[in-house]
Design a protein around this ligand. Structure first.
Ligand code: HEM
Length: 157
């Protein structure tokens, strides 16, 4: 990374870089599934992290993607914007506390053809050298509950 770290980003600095790993997903309405994933948290000169996630099945079929921006605010607050190719956009509000970020959706908006996603909750934590996360969602008339969890290792800047 050649960009200098803006002071506002210090609390989220543990996320910066490229991460690779695997996870498992499920939901009451679908079969459990394994997946592989790459995450990127990138500095670009503003007090915001650009974010991108790609995931694929063990046999290489593309699965979910998402991209957005992590906006740290004073006092440990974090605002997160995410866009999904499934027609869903989410605005999360939460907090960073040490090497742990917890966020809940403030707003979920959907295109007319999107599946009915109504809420999300995310927990990210650096545990030793691993970035671990858990994503819960409320969707397709089911209450908020786990959809994804994964662990990743840093593979670069
Ligand atoms: C690594 C990220 C993710 C992976 C690998 C993943 C994978 C999957 C898979 C394999 C399915 C079942 C087959 C299908 O409908 O395509 C599924 C269903 C679904 N996912 Fe995800 N997903 C991810 C992230 C998300 C996120 C962030 C959301 C919400 C914003 C989401 C919402 C849903 C919904 C609503 C369903 C359909 C459930 C149903 O129709 O019963 N997924 N996901």
């Amino acid at each position: 990374v050649t960009e200098e770290l803006p002071a506002e980003l210090a609390p989220l600095a543990f996320l910066i870089g490229r991460w690779r790993g695997s996870g498992v997903g499920g939901y009451p309405t679908i079969e459990d599934f394994p997946y592989e994933q790459e995450l990127r948290f990138t500095l670009y000169g503003k007090p915001v992290l650009a974010y991108e996630s790609r995931s694929w099945s063990p046999d290489g079929r593309p699965l979910h993607r998402e991209c957005g921006y992590w906006r740290p605010r004073p006092g440990g607050e974090v605002e997160l914007l995410l866009a999904h190719p499934t027609g869903v956009v989410e605005v999360y509000l939460g907090r960073v506390d040490g090497n742990r970020v917890e966020l809940s959706t403030d707003v979920v908006a959907r295109t007319p053809s999107a599946k009915e996603v109504t809420a999300g909750h995310r927990l990210y934590g650096l545990v030793g050298e691993e970035l671990m996360y858990a994503v819960d969602m409320a969707a397709v008339e089911q209450p908020l509950q786990p959809h994804l969890s994964a662990r990743l290792r840093r593979i670069g800047e």
